[in-house]
Design a protein around this ligand. Structure first.
Ligand SMILES: Cc1ncc(COP(=O)(O)O)c(C=O)c1O
Length: 491
């Protein structure tokens, strides 16, 4: 509909759709492009409605929205006017100052330890958000029972209504901590009680709290190489000195720690599924690490991020369950089994550290979201979680098989993959003269989220390889995308 409203008023075009939204956009555009100047008085709502041949209610709704958003203001007993400074100008000013912050953060007195985080974020983390398929670290989102979860959230809301205004234990909702405690005792062989469980917003927060609670600047920390880049960056951001420990076929070389880095205060490792290569720490090395930590009074951070994703084999007992002296800080996450935006996980901390970690949690974000904790407790207590885990394991196995078959059929002259009995990504070793960068450039052209192994290496990699996440996609989709990738790689 095209409507002209008066000689002194700009010509407004109402786009298709709801009239009130159309008038809102038309007035907003006229303000932004200067056809309606600052301090211009608007006709009364009645006059505007008449002139535009629309209902007065539509005019009032559009004007109210523009008033709320700051494009217009009212003068008592006078009328409605165009604002002096419109919000888009403010937004524009904020955007340009954000750029200044990024470019000149060194002149802004920002903690220099943030540099590692900032450059990693710019190079890696934010770029993977736009990709389509093969995301690393994402579980079977399509299998999650969303409707059931919605019902449990509603029930959690009804049942917690009177609890939401109260102050609770920073460690989290007790029935959830009890349910997790029982679950990890039976499935992971953990040795703990519910007092030791602290609900956190995923593993990343668990690592953060550990650094916050235990480390001072220049303290030494040992980490897997290649390893989880987020852990490396978080420890560095606390000013820690990070010692990198390489793995062989028995996993992390513990003798390197005990022989060369015995001053380290903390060892971060993923013993059940080394990230990103997927190896398992041998039993002999598990005991060697525990003996050292016990005799030297060191701490071990056990990242058990992938423990639920096992196919066919018995789960390996967690390091925490072998630990007789309470030197292990264990961390588990729900972000992989539920969905990436479900930001809940848990820590099992030694009894001597309960108060320290509760305090660290309290001064970080007080508590994790109550409602989701209540819904998760119901989800576990009613057996839905265990059922979901079984379904996901079966599907992940099939998806891994599909990926391997597709690669062997269409890409075997470029990529070599080996099956694994756990995890949600595979390592693809590149053959011939293929460099990671060449391979990734082709993947980016197809919007594939395949990552270079070098992203997780602080020391230069000897062999070129890529990480391919497979859990979030049906076999058919996996096969089609590998075929498509093969076509452009072989052009
Ligand atoms: C080694 C490792 N640990 C933990 C996590 C999970 O972190 P969060 O629970 O914060 O999602 C990831 C995520 O991909 C990971 O790769």
């Amino acid at each position: 509909m095209v409507t002209s409203i008066s000689a002194s008023f700009p010509h407004l075009i109402l786009p298709k759709g709801q009239i009130k939204d159309g008038l809102y956009s038309a007035l907003r555009d006229a303000i932004l492009d200067g056809r309606l100047k600052a301090s211009t008085k608007l006709p009364s709502s009645r006059a505007l409605a008449e002139m535009m041949s629309i209902s007065r209610n539509s005019v009032l709704a559009a004007i109210e929205r523009l008033l709320d958003e700051g494009y217009l203001f009212t003068k008592p007993s006078s009328g409605t006017y165009v604002a002096e400074v419109v919000p888009d100008q403010l937004i524009h000013i904020q955007e340009s100052s954000e750029k200044t912050t990024i470019n000149h953060h060194h002149t802004l007195n920002i903690n220099p330890n943030m540099d590692a985080l900032l450059s990693s974020w710019r190079e890696q983390a934010c770029s993977s958000q736009k990709k389509r398929i093969f995301h690393v670290g994402v579980g079977c989102i399509d299998l999650f029972p969303h409707q059931l979860w919605g019902k449990l959230l509603t029930r959690a809301w009804r049942q917690s209504y009177y609890q939401l205004g109260q102050f609770h234990d920073p460690r989290g909702y007790l029935p959830l901590r009890q349910a997790i405690c029982e679950y990890v005792q039976s499935t992971r062989g953990l040795n703990c009680n519910e007092q030791q469980i602290i609900i956190v917003n995923g593993t990343q927060q668990a690592i953060h709290l550990t650094a916050y609670a235990l480390l001072q600047a220049n303290d030494e920390v040992c980490l897997d190489e290649p390893g989880y880049d987020a852990a490396f960056n978080i420890f560095r951001s606390f000013g820690a000195q990070v010692n990198l420990i390489e793995s062989d076929e028995e996993g992390m070389q513990i003798s390197k720690i005990t022989d060369h880095y015995s001053k380290s205060k903390l060892v971060y490792t993923a013993p059940s599924h080394q990230f990103p290569l997927g190896g398992t720490l041998s039993l002999a090395r598990r005991f060697a690490l525990l003996d050292w930590a016990n005799s030297q009074e060191k701490w071990i951070f056990e990242d058990d991020y992938n423990s639920e994703f096992r196919y066919g084999t018995h789960p390996i007992q967690a390091l925490q369950g072998l630990d007789q002296q309470q030197r292990v800080i264990y961390s588990g996450t729900f972000t992989k089994m539920m969905f990436p935006e479900f930001r809940l996980g848990f820590m099992v901390v030694p009894e001597a550290l309960i108060e320290t970690f509760s305090t660290a949690k309290y001064y970080t974000d007080v508590r994790s979201s109550y409602l989701e904790q209540v819904a998760l407790a119901l989800f576990i207590q009613q057996g839905h979680y265990a059922r979901h885990v079984r379904k996901v394991r079966k599907a992940c196995y099939e998806r891994q098989q599909a990926l391997i078959q597709a690669i062997n059929e269409h890409l075997s002259d470029i990529v070599e993959v080996q099956p694994t009995d756990s995890g949600i990504h595979l390592i693809g070793w590149l053959k011939g003269t293929w460099s990671e960068q060449d391979f990734i450039n082709h993947c980016s052209a197809l919007d594939l989220a395949i990552q270079p192994l070098s992203r997780y290496c602080q020391i230069t990699t000897k062999k070129a390889a890529v990480l391919i996440g497979y859990a979030a996609h049906q076999p058919k989709e996996i096969i089609e995308n590998i075929k498509e990738l093969a076509l452009i790689l072989k052009k």
